[in-house]
Design a protein around this ligand. Sequence first.
Ligand code: NAD
Length: 268
Amino acid sequence: MLLKGKKILICGVANDMSMAWAIAKHAAEEGAEIAMPYAIPALEKRVRPLAESIGAKFVRECNVQNDEQMDALFVEIEKEWGHLDGILHAIAFSDRNELSGRYADTSRENFKNTMDVSAYSLVDLTRRSARLMNNGGSIITLTYYGGEKSIPNYNVMGVAKSALESSVRYLAADLGADGIRVNAISAGPIATLASSGVGGFKSMLKLNAELTPLRRNMTLDDVSGAAVYLFSNLSAGVTGEIHHVDCGYSTTGMIPNSLKDVLLNSDA
Ligand code: NAD
């Protein structure tokens, strides 16, 4: 019971494939009490049964671009729980028409919207949550390697992830003195609602598995285990960190020999 009695707000559950759901479930198994809002009314029918299965509370609409809904969520949490020990920010959005082709063709409108939903929302959620983290706390966001290197089709989402990762470092510096830690998990690719919007995702998933040192793709258990560690006191000395849970993909600098042979059609 690594998270016994901890009160954790999980933002970003859309369905049972969501990384946020895997993390909520694992955190609940480790003894955490979970708050689980959803983004839009259409998601309620999927999210509510999941929330009920782990006894999660605060199952209400909360779009991070809607200040009134955000205010209402935090008023309710403050009233009923009084404090928070952790939050998961697992939120991203961009116009799927701009998640293929050239980054150079990104529109101003979609650039601003992608940044607002996918990066600024962490700042807003952190500020609101920090007020309630009287005994310190742990804030986790989810990012992807496309924030560090260019990845085909990831485009403006990669730029938003760079901003998100930089925000992690600035927020960690702001809040460390209050015992609040802020970290990101840089997850490997996995099939979800969000990733289905990225052009060519299925073939990328296949290729990725061949390219990682572990020769497989990351699983929901891999990412939820890392999140439990970051929420728990086991990671008490860790903040401002981008923790890669990607089967080692980001540590390699060249494709493995097995694929080189296929690609070059030679014995070298
Ligand atoms: P997902 O579709 O299950 O989750 C994305 C969530 O963002 C959804 O629950 C959606 O409702 C929410 N969201 C979007 N706009 C919102 C808004 N305005 N207000 C509130 N919530 C909003 O997909 P996922 O892959 O589990 O994504 C979770 C996070 O993990 C995202 O930040 C994503 O970029 C990141 N990530 C995904 C992958 C991957 O390959 N799936 C890899 C690394 C990082």
